[in-house]
Design a binder for this molecule. Structure first.
Ligand SMILES: Cc1ncc(COP(=O)(O)O)c(C=O)c1O
Length: 373
């Protein structure tokens, strides 16, 4: 079976944008204040209040947020940052920006998050931060990392809407936690990010460093520290505010799509689905990533799905096996076996809030046809 003529290809991701976002952008354009205006603090305050945390700093991307958050906890030359090899490359790259070394530790095979015991074993006298990643929106085991007594920067880029077992929102524990607003995320501003923190000094430092190192009471003429242009514009912040208004609906749409997939894919032998919520932890659904049965050719599977009108992609490759990391740090296969096994078999399926039951059924039928011909 291949795609019936005229049937639209099912995309991997599709943001929910409508009249509210259009109106919000139009308002900014009419106001004439496109940057450094009132929408930035309004978006920050609404975001912080939604997560139950004291402060939030809007930035130009999740990557920019990770960079500034690592600087804010003191990571610098020659330091080590313990993190997950099963993440988007930006989380490890952020340490390299500060001439620190990302030190990887293996992941938990159920949650696919950094394993706290493996992370503990990777700590050295040079470790200045641990960066757990809430991968695919599943909460990392923060209580276990907190017990290690090393500064924490959370990569929460994929985890808006996730909640820890103790009822605290991911990003609400007070460590700098970084969210991303690229177009495939739970909330999008096109490009953008947000760092949440309980610490007023960290808020002040990030606000300054995202804006060329300028302190809030300084005019244009002086800068008292090195900074960057990592600002989020008022246009993006206005979109973010409109998206925040509809966030509950979008998260519910993703959760519904995930539940439909779980049911529709249950009978495919050897296919591993994302782990169920456990111990009170609640996933903030971001992607629906499945692990193919062992021995399957992933590339061929992706091409075959495409023939059926279904987009999919390998997600995520192991960071330590990327060329930059092999060549710079000498990483090789076999170092992090759980990560490598998962990274070799994972594919992301189409996933977005408005994914219909019919589309879920089409994906399931295609996957069944490809894996069980
Ligand atoms: C886990 C993770 N970390 C970091 C990032 C980087 O975010 P951005 O693309 O907004 O720079 C992303 C998103 O793309 C991500 O998924």
């Amino acid at each position: 079976m291949s795609r019936p003529a005229g049937e639209e290809e099912i995309p991997l991701a599709r943001p929910v944008l409508g009249a509210a976002e259009e109106e919000a952008v139009r308002d900014v354009l009419r106001s004439g204040q496109l940057s450094l205006g009132p929408r930035v603090p309004a978006f920050e305050q609404a975001f912080a209040s939604r997560l139950g945390v004291a402060h939030a700093c809007a930035v130009s991307s999740g990557t920019a947020g990770l960079h500034l958050a690592l600087r804010a906890v003191g990571v610098s030359d020659g330091d080590e940052v313990v993190t997950s090899p099963f993440s988007f490359v930006a989380s490890a790259n952020a340490a390299i920006y500060e001439r620190a070394r990302p030190v990887f530790a293996d992941i938990d095979p159920r949650t696919l998050n950094l394993d706290p015991q493996a992370a503990a074993a990777a700590i050295s006298e040079r470790t200045t931060a641990i960066m757990p990643v809430h991968i695919f929106g599943y909460p990392a085991d923060l209580p276990a990392f907190e017990a290690l007594d090393v500064p924490i920067v959370e990569d929460a880029c994929e985890a808006l809407g996730a909640v820890h077992g103790d009822g605290v929102a991911v990003g609400g524990r007070g460590h700098p936690a970084v969210f991303g607003f690229y177009a495939n995320k739970q909330l999008t501003t096109g490009e953008g990010g947000m760092v949440t923190t309980a610490d007023a000094a960290i808020k002040a430092r990030i606000d300054s460093e995202r804006n060329q190192g300028r302190a809030p009471d300084m005019g244009w003429l002086d800068h008292d520290r090195l900074g960057f242009n990592y600002r989020l514009s008022d246009i993006a912040s206005a979109i973010g505010l409109a998206q925040l208004e509809r966030l509950d609906g979008m998260l519910a749409g993703r959760a519904r799509a995930a539940a439909s997939y779980r049911e529709a894919l249950a009978d495919i032998e050897g296919l591993e689905l994302p782990c169920e919520d456990s111990g009170g932890d609640r996933r903030g659904w971001f992607v629906f990533v499945v692990q193919l049965p062992r021995g399957r050719d992933r590339h061929a599977t992706i091409l075959a799905l495409r023939e059926h009108g279904v987009q999919s992609k390998p997600y995520l490759p192991a960071i330590h096996l990327m060329s930059l990391y092999r060549e710079t740090y000498g990483h090789r296969e076999g170092e992090f076996p759980v990560c490598e096994d998962v990274a070799a078999r994972s594919i992301a399926l189409p996933f977005f809030p408005e994914l219909s039951e019919d589309q879920v059924e089409r994906v399931a039928t295609a996957l069944r046809a490809v894996l069980q011909p």
